[in-house]
Design a protein around this ligand. Structure first.
Ligand SMILES: Nc1ncnc2c1ncn2[C@@H]1O[C@H](COP(=O)(O)OP(=O)(O)OP(=O)(O)O)[C@@H](O)[C@H]1O
Ligand SMILES: [Mg+2]
Length: 278
């Protein structure tokens, strides 16, 4: 069963979950706008963006290149400041929400090993070194890189570096996980495995996730809710809630939802063709 509505609140999928003790915090984006002032002139990146990600749910954000997805994620993560509107993030387990961000291009410390990169955030939060290393090893295993603990970032492929970025964020056991096209550089087979793992991990932990992707099928598979953004200035033009049937990539629901989103994104194509939306 597929539920659709206009831009609005996310609801977790209907299936029973093993149940984290407490769901992650809600993310509320209200009337957010941002204009970049570049040398070539002003770029209105976001205008009147509204969305709500319910606590503990998995929200995906799709939209054409340049529509402001990364900008919105940066604003939610506190790395950029909106000119207009407000962001509200609820409380996490220990009173304040702990956020982790997986960037579109993982910035790893080149002088630290893979294990050192993953453990770094845990150590910075006061975790003992041995414990941080243990957790980092578990995360490495999870992203399929167990043999690469002692490798250095320059020895990794793009897809492997992306997986280190994901492991680094998960190691922090955040309340809110913000991910910017984390699987874009990962091969198709590994990508499917990582999608399944990620969905399991965040459901078990009750994390709230905001996940940016170009891949509409990935959004339908992963999302409790999918927000579709329109071309610049970016805003949410539609939202939909794939039901449990969309977990089956061969189902009619999955195909129907994917086609529907692609259709909604289609008007952006001419702008891309003319290079005005890079
Ligand atoms: N620091 C910046 N200075 C000036 N303009 C910027 C800056 N960052 C982004 N922009 C512009 O803002 C718009 C939105 O960029 P953003 O990176 O958020 O898009 P996106 O949806 O993440 O694109 P993609 O899917 O290609 O990653 C683009 O037109 C981009 O050129
Ligand atoms: Mg981006």
């Amino acid at each position: 069963m597929v539920q659709q509505d206009d831009a609005g609140a996310a609801a977790p999928r209907g299936q029973p979950r093993a149940g984290p003790a407490q769901a992650g915090p809600e993310i509320r984006v209200e009337g957010v706008g941002l204009t970049y002032h570049a040398r070539a002139g002003a770029v209105r990146a976001l205008q009147e963006v509204n969305l709500v990600v319910e606590g503990g749910s998995f929200a995906c954000l799709v939209g054409p290149s340049g529509c402001g997805k990364s900008t919105l994620l940066d604003i939610v993560g506190g790395l950029a400041r909106a000119d207009e509107g407000r962001i509200a993030i609820g409380r996490g387990h220990d009173g304040q929400a702990r956020l982790a961000i997986v960037f579109q291009r993982p910035a790893l410390f080149p002088w630290k090993s893979v294990l050192g990169n993953i453990a770094f955030g845990c150590e910075a939060q006061g975790m003992r070194r041995a414990q941080a290393a243990e957790r980092a090893r578990a995360m490495l295993e999870l992203v399929g890189l167990h043999g690469f603990a002692d490798a250095y970032p320059h020895e990794l492929s793009g897809g492997m570096a992306s997986r280190v970025g994901i492991a680094r964020a998960l190691a922090l056991q955040p309340d809110v996980l913000l991910m910017d096209e984390p699987f874009a550089a990962v091969d198709a087979h590994t990508r499917v495995l990582l999608q399944e793992e990620l969905r399991r991990i965040v459901a078990d932990a009750g994390m709230t996730v905001l996940f940016v992707t170009h891949d509409v099928a990935e959004a339908v598979y992963l999302g409790d809710v999918v927000f579709v953004m329109g071309a610049r200035p970016g805003r949410v033009i539609h939202s939909l809630r794939p039901g449990t049937a969309a977990h089956d990539r061969g189902s009619a629901d999955f195909a129907g939802l994917t086609a529907d989103i692609l259709h909604r994104l289609a008007p952006a194509a001419p702008a891309l063709a003319h290079g005005t939306n890079a």
